[in-house]
Write a protein that binds this ligand. Structure first.
Ligand code: AP5
Length: 207
């Protein structure tokens, strides 16, 4: 099972991906999480990507495609995987066609005004990377691993607006790209996480 999650920043891709991967027993491949890990560890790649990410731009296609190509060959991907945040450009989508054949692209649709509120209230775990929202969770440590929570550097309001604009420009065209391939499914992401999850599960079960 090879799935793709599309959707603007804050649509709930990471929130839903965690649950879907656990439920179907497939690997969760988040290029954003991979890049944040590289930045935390201070690797060459992480240091090179930091300024671009903090400005809300996109890391170069070559770097990202190389990362994903290696990742999908790891043993935990044998049963399948979910790509969360990749592809993000037409060039990445075309490169993916040479790496694997996708079964479905799920587009989580959420209006722009909701995205800013979701992102400004997001808190991330510095240990395991779990995500929270201050409207639902008010502690400052992670309920899963106990590590402190932090605000992502690219979640500042001015950066968020740039990320949404980059999404509209570079990533939104992928909706037509996957629709033309007959792989696109749209989900209304402006509902409770449980309702969104139920819809995505039903779609994936129909594969
Ligand atoms: P990445 O980490 O992929 O960020 P993103 O796509 O902008 O998505 P987010 O993580 O912001 O949001 P999400 O949709 O996962 O929402 P979440 O579930 O957290 O990428 C970060 C950066 O890395 C990029 O800007 C780029 O620079 C670089 N990058 C990554 N991939 C790349 C690529 N392929 N090519 C080039 N560069 C790349 O939810 C958000 C909040 O809302 C949370 O607080 C959550 O609790 C809450 N929430 C979730 N669902 C709901 C709901 N249904 N109702 C109410 N609240 C909800």
């Amino acid at each position: 099972m090879k799935l793709i999650f599309l959707g603007p920043p804050g649509a709930g891709k990471g929130t839903q991906a965690e649950k879907i991967c656990e439920y179907f027993g497939i690997a969760h491949i988040s290029t954003g999480d991979m890049l944040r890990r590289e930045m935390r560890e201070g690797t060459e790649l992480g240091n090179a990507a930091k300024a671009v990410i903090e400005a809300g731009g996109l890391v170069s296609d070559d770097i990202i495609i190389g990362m994903v190509k290696n990742r999908v060959n790891e043993p935990d991907c044998e049963n399948g995987f979910l790509l969360d945040g990749f592809p993000r450009t037409i060039a990445q989508a075309e490169a993916l066609e040479g790496i694997t054949a996708e079964d479905m692209a799920v587009n989580i649709d959420v209006p722009a005004e909701v995205l800013v509120d979701r992102i400004s209230g997001r808190r991330m775990c510095s240990g395991c990377g779990a995500g929270y929202h201050i409207s639902k969770y008010t502690k400052d440590t992670c309920e899963k691993c106990g590590a402190p929570l932090y605000i992502r550097d690219d979640d500042k309001p001015e950066t968020v607006l740039n990320r949404i604009s980059v999404y509209n420009d570079k990533t939104q065209p992928l909706i037509d790209f996957y629709d033309n391939k007959g792989l696109l499914k749209n989900v209304d992401g402006n509902r409770t996480p449980e309702e969104v999850l139920a819809d995505i599960k039903a779609l994936v079960e129909s594969i």
